[in-house]
Write a protein that binds this ligand. Sequence first.
Ligand SMILES: Cc1ncc(COP(=O)(O)O)c(C=O)c1O
Length: 372
Amino acid sequence: MKIPSASPSITKKEISIVKRAIAKGWGTKMDYYLKLFSKKFSKYIGVKYCLPVAHCTDAIHLALLALNIKKGDEVIVPDLSWVASAAPIRYVGAKPIFVDIDPGTLCIDPEKILKKISKKTKAVISVDLFGNVAENDKIRKICKRNNIYFIEDAAESLGARYKKKMAGSFGDVSLFSFNATKIIMAGQGGCLCTNNKKIYEKAKLFSHHGIDKKLTGKYYWSSLLGYNYNWTNIQAACVIAQLERIDQLIKYKNKIYNLYKEYFSKIDNVEITKKIKNQKQTFWIVYAIIKKKINKEKFCNQFKKYNIDMRPMFYQISTMPAFKNKKMSSSNKIAKIISQNSVCLPNGYDLNEKKIKKISQIFNSILNAKKA
Ligand SMILES: Cc1ncc(COP(=O)(O)O)c(C=O)c1O
């Protein structure tokens, strides 16, 4: 019985719509499911525009391009996230300024953003991590007051709410991912959401080699240096089916969380994801913060012989070769501790009580093994 770190939930619903898309979604119907997805997804989030793209990383890149962020500019981003939250800042030649996280949400700390704003700051990327939401109301105010853009990377927190508002409805632009690990998925995929028509149109232009026949009246005319970030009809069809099941899927994630909570409450030296005030978390990934000094890679490797794919916490982005900044990494103390001492528990939709019991027992024996 192998326990993967993540696995999706695929039913007859996804299979039948994907079959229809692959059989009929061509020619005059080549963007039928893409358009339907945009309509349904923007309604779900409560935004006016939704641009489907091949990956969330592309959507972050497009957001920066649409906001005209370039060389010489600075963009504030949390030091603890998947590398894709920061890499597009470098794609456009701007400088990422890594900011520490809040120990309660593991998302960027609004108080610490204030200290890092300079004349060069053009935007803040707030990442809603692991099914939690950042204090995006405060961040929004900070951005407004300082006349900078607010980009919300909600890749990991689709369906979560903060003060009753959807994750991904706070930013001037927000981004989502549908890669195979996410709450709803299509193997790969993503989208950019906004209420601003200009941002949407600009992002759309960049996403398709700068070609827009409606705008220029010409086929194949590239009016700016763009990219091919188009998504496919087939993947959009898959996500439409998943979106119809999202309440049920989030409910299952909550069930997994409650089981982890029950079994991990009996284990010493560890604390798993906590419920956060004013939030309706999705518990996309349940993380475990270990109260002992560990080497997270070695710790996770020990689960291999039990057929469990335990994953370490993200690294501080500011410690990685493409972003290395010793001053920033050593001043982001919370990100450093959480990164070193935490792991992500398996989070697939294939989990059940038997598997969670097994994971917790093995976790306890590895963490609290008594030396002879
Ligand atoms: C916080 C965050 N941002 C961005 C991304 C990038 O998403 P994608 O894999 O769709 O490019 C991910 C993906 O895992 C993510 O977790």
